[in-house]
Design a protein around this ligand. Structure first.
Ligand SMILES: Nc1ncnc2c1ncn2[C@@H]1O[C@H](COP(=O)(O)OP(=O)(O)OP(=O)(O)O)[C@@H](O)[C@H]1O
Ligand SMILES: [Mg+2]
Length: 340
């Protein structure tokens, strides 16, 4: 478990001081994939560097599995860092070493016996899907393959935490998805805690359990991915969510046009298990009313599906109240857009 308590980082450069991280508190549970999203300069990289002790906080405390990283020094910090590894946007591979030598490097530094290194490297090459490329040079690899080396290297010493700083930002969308699938697979297989920073909501949608949104050094919104996607509070979060196509499409559906329709318009919001219910069918049977589906879309996340459905129906006040109560019973949110 990672706990940040009131963390601030102020950089003093000459006579100007800059608050890169501003009073951030958050908790990452063991085995979680935790996303931190924000625009350039929001303080994401600074925050992630505080997690492995590469930066010291100006104020506050970072603990990883109970150990205080913010105050650790020397050998204690070195040992702690072996269990908190990192994957970088531009891979940071050693260009004069082969794939195998890159993966072996951190184990050599840690003094692992040679036979053990060989066995572990073979295992990691298999795990990240680089079999057949073990003797290639980094310059002979595609971006996705380079990042697979970066991930294998980061896993070499069996870390407790994997930090990813824009690990897919240099990759095309298809390769991004393959690397995200690999991270998800590693997380599920080893219950490895992953903290990843990104500026793409797609990355959060695809693999994260929780997300924090950063703006000007502060965490302005934080929560479970499904919750944040269905109920974004801050304009910046709404902007990020619009990156994911569902919301772009939803904008193409203009709710104001429903004012010309007769009767009642209800917007249904589903999350998780409520998406499995035959809700329109049940409402039709129960009330004998013809429901008109105006617009709808479901989106998949690592935690199940969420979606929205717009229905039109001509109903009395009493029928509408009953419909809303039925929806609530089924864990579906019903918002009345209009009712005449
Ligand atoms: N070592 C440093 N000295 C002075 N200022 C710094 C230092 N590192 C970061 N900053 C400043 O802190 C702020 C946050 O930077 P940071 O790199 O954490 O942002 P980021 O969210 O990772 O951005 P990006 O998406 O571009 O990587 C920026 O204004 C940056 O200029
Ligand atoms: Mg950064």
């Amino acid at each position: 478990m990672i706990v940040l308590r009131n963390i601030s980082k102020i950089f003093d450069t000459g006579n100007v001081s800059l608050t890169a991280v501003d009073n951030v508190s958050l908790t990452v549970e063991q085995g979680q994939i935790y996303g931190i999203i924000g625009y350039s300069g929001a303080g994401k990289s600074t925050l992630i560097r505080l997690l492995n002790g590469l930066e010291k906080p100006t104020q506050g405390q970072v603990t990883v599995n109970g150990q205080d990283i913010s105050s650790a020094k020397g050998e204690a910090l070195r040992q702690a860092r072996l269990k908190i590894s990192m994957v970088f946007q531009h891979f940071n591979l050693l260009w004069s070493r082969t794939v195998r030598e890159n993966i072996a490097f951190s184990m050599q530094i840690a003094g692992v016996p040679k036979a053990k290194i060989t066995a572990r490297v073979d295992e990691l090459i298999e795990l990240v899907g680089l079999k057949g490329r073990e003797n290639a040079w980094p310059s002979q690899l595609s971006g996705g393959q380079k990042q697979r080396v970066g991930i294998a290297r980061a896993l070499a010493n069996n870390p407790d935490v994997l930090l990813c700083d824009e690990a897919t930002s240099a990759l095309d969308p298809q390769t991004t998805d393959q690397i995200l699938d690999l991270l998800l697979d590693i997380n599920r297989r080893f219950n490895l805690t992953i903290v990843l920073i990104t500026h793409e909501m797609h990355v959060v949608r695809k693999i994260c359990d929780r997300v924090a949104v950063m703006e000007e050094g502060k965490v302005v919104e934080e929560g479970d991915v499904l919750q944040v996607f269905t109920h974004p509070q801050k304009p910046i979060t709404q902007q990020f969510i619009r990156q994911v196509s569902q919301y772009a499409e939803e904008e193409a559906f203009n709710p104001e046009l429903t004012s010309e329709l007769a009767g009642t318009v209800i917007k249904l919001t589903f999350t998780g298990h409520s998406t499995h219910k035959p809700v329109v069918g049940e409402l039709t049977l129960r009330y004998g009313l013809p429901f008109n589906i105006l617009h709808g879309k479901m989106t998949q996340t690592a935690h199940g599906v969420f979606g929205q459905l717009w229905l039109q129906v001509v109903a009395t006040d009493e029928q509408l109240n009953n419909i809303l109560a039925d929806l609530q019973q089924s864990d579906i949110e019903g918002e009345v857009i209009k009712h005449v």
